[in-house]
Unconditional design. Sequence first.
Length: 308
Amino acid sequence: MSKNLASSGHKIGQLIGDWFEEELATYLLSRVAKDLNLYLDHRFKNRKCRQGKIIWKALDGSEVDYDFVLELGGTDDEKGIPLAFFETFWRRRAGHSRDKARDDSGKLLPMGETYPTARILGILAAGDFTAPAQEFIKGRGIDLFYIPKTFIYASWAKAGIPMEHGEKASEEEKSKIAEFAVSKINKASKKVIFDNLISTIGQSVFNSYIDKIKAGIAAIPIEYKITSIFVGKTVAFTEFQDVVDYIKNSAVYKDKDIAEQLYRYEAVFSDGKIFERLDLTTDEALLLHSSVGKVSDFFDKYHKIVKA
């Protein structure tokens, strides 16, 4: 069997997945970016401040790539403050849905722990994805937008590009489907498929998702909580009573020579979500609070304009 035949099924999935990400996901998140005056980063855009993948660093120092990131103040030349991270995928089969749910939500969660300004962590999915897998994602606090595969296949077929095939389809059959799709897919046909999907499921489905994401991103802090924590440095003693005296002397924790002051930072947002970070130094706490303040000021002005 030739390499091309063996990869035909994968090629079909790649064509649908790329279309879903380039046309549908980009459309939805571009609408959010436009309405909120934000910068949307994605792989279909050339950006001078990055090479290739969209990489963001997590709290533990690891670097992770994402499909879409919404930023405040971002430009082609400079990264902004991250407000939302998204992953997208297409799945033809329901098998291993839980694994996919775990992997993608696991990629997103570190960003919520790293950036207090990351108000939305989301997945845009299409295809065959089980209900338990969907609930797993939602249970981890990840937003999910999902379109079943029947609607996707119907939209392609209506555009004259059938993509569906049976489980027992031969590689030759799948190869013909893939080759025909490649010959027909272009900017115009992608738009037709997209329009077919909108007419099938309704514009209101997309509008409600856009409004939900906008509301989550534009939520502002309504309360801040700061807790001072004094972490003692190791002190060695040779006498038993000296240890007793040291423990009883609470004032010793105010001595900077033997104790370090750290902070626990909490920001409570208007949508009920709480961001918390422990063991921050003074500089780290101020830097973190500064980023929250910039976003808060921006959306405070946004809400005033909307109400006006």
